[in-house]
Design a protein. Structure first.
Length: 357
């Protein structure tokens, strides 16, 4: 039997209309959209299918929307018999991966991502930070040296994601990032691009967010993982609830080690990317050109991978409710409303010759 690895994309390739055929045809997906709307007071049907690029790319709306779609997609696949050997998620996609392991419930995942998106969105409106994409020429050591050279006592730049051998995201103060970008264009590589803070900082720039979010992490319950997850922050396999909670927290202000994450899938024959976009698959192909790859975002995509599903008679557990769903719709509302006690009031690594920088 083929060994299957499943990965979940993060922010950047979402689009209006993603998942619409799933929503139109599958009651399971409709129920998840309804549950999400009740718990967070957002009309996700309108947002995903009839809004604007500005809305779907806004951090406060994009992060939970991506989780909603990816969790729903995985649940559909799980019901059909998909049983991956390993999972991982890039950036915020790690929350969908945590859901796939049956450690993080759907409501808790949506809850904590809504909180994180809220705090992060408020943070970047105050702080003048952004993210630069670099796709070749540099090594990790040379890029770290460049960031150090351009940083000052009060303004900084850090390598926030190491995606492929020579592919990186650099996060920092706007003017420092602009200087690094210009240096790259003048002296090293023409094709660099500022892609914005939605791709997350993953560095000490966002240390203060940890204090804001940790209270809410303690409100949710992580169960032991039923599928090993390869973490962004350490690129190691984990199976315990404590390890997962720690990895999700530490990932906020520590570099994403995606290049090393991909090494954890070396023993897999098939890689499925569940969610919008092909970027993760393209990165994997650089590392492992001979594996079998699929991107899953539509009903047609699901039909193409029917041969990977186990026969239903070999599946002993009940598939539809992936995780302990302790929250009814009313309990989901209460989880969000209880916070009032504690609170005061894609362009990735593809060269586009029409894109000058």
């Amino acid at each position: 039997m083929k060994r299957i690895g499943v990965v979940f994309p993060g922010y950047g390739e979402q689009f209006i209309g993603m998942g619409k055929d799933l929503y139109d045809e599958l009651r399971l997906v409709q129920e998840r959209f309804e549950q999400a709307a009740v718990s967070s007071n957002v009309n996700y049907v309108k947002l995903l299918f009839a809004s604007s690029d500005e809305e779907i790319f806004s951090i406060k709306l994009a992060y939970p929307s991506i989780f909603l779609l990816e969790a729903s997609l995985f649940e559909v696949l799980y019901e059909k018999g998909l049983r991956p050997d390993f999972v991982a998620g890039y950036g915020i996609g790690e929350y969908a991966a945590a859901y796939a392991t049956q450690s993080l419930s759907f409501i808790d995942g949506l809850y904590i991502l809504n909180k994180y998106a809220q705090f992060y969105d408020e943070f970047i409106k105050i702080k003048e930070y952004t993210v630069l994409r670099i796709v070749r020429e540099f090594t990790l050591e040379s890029l770290e040296s460049l960031c150090k050279e351009y940083s000052t006592d009060k303004k900084f730049a850090f390598v926030s994601s190491h995606n492929t051998e020579h592919g990186f995201y650099v996060a920092g103060h706007n003017n420092i990032i602009e200087k690094i970008k210009q240096y790259c264009i003048d002296s090293v590589i023409r094709k660099v691009k500022i892609i914005g803070p939605g791709y997350e900082m993953h560095s000490s720039l966002v240390d203060e967010l940890i204090e804001q979010i940790k209270l809410y992490y303690h409100k949710i319950k992580f169960e032991p993982l039923k599928i090993p997850l390869i973490t962004n922050v350490d690129a190691v396999y984990i199976t315990t609830s404590d390890a997962l909670e720690s990895a999700l927290m530490r990932k906020i202000n520590n570099r994403v080690q995606w290049k090393d994450v991909m090494h954890g899938f070396s023993g897999c024959d098939v890689i499925l990317s569940i969610g919008p976009g092909n970027q993760l698959i393209e990165w994997f192909k650089e590392e492992y050109p001979d594996k079998e790859y699929y991107t899953v975002i539509t009903l047609q995509d699901i039909e193409k991978i029917n041969h990977l599903f186990q026969q239903s008679e070999n599946i002993n557990e009940t598939p539809v409710q992936l995780v302990h769903e302790s929250s009814t719709d009313k309990e989901a509302e209460d989880l969000y409303e209880s916070d009032l006690i504690n609170e005061l009031v894609t362009d990735f690594d593809v060269d586009d010759e029409d894109d000058e920088n």
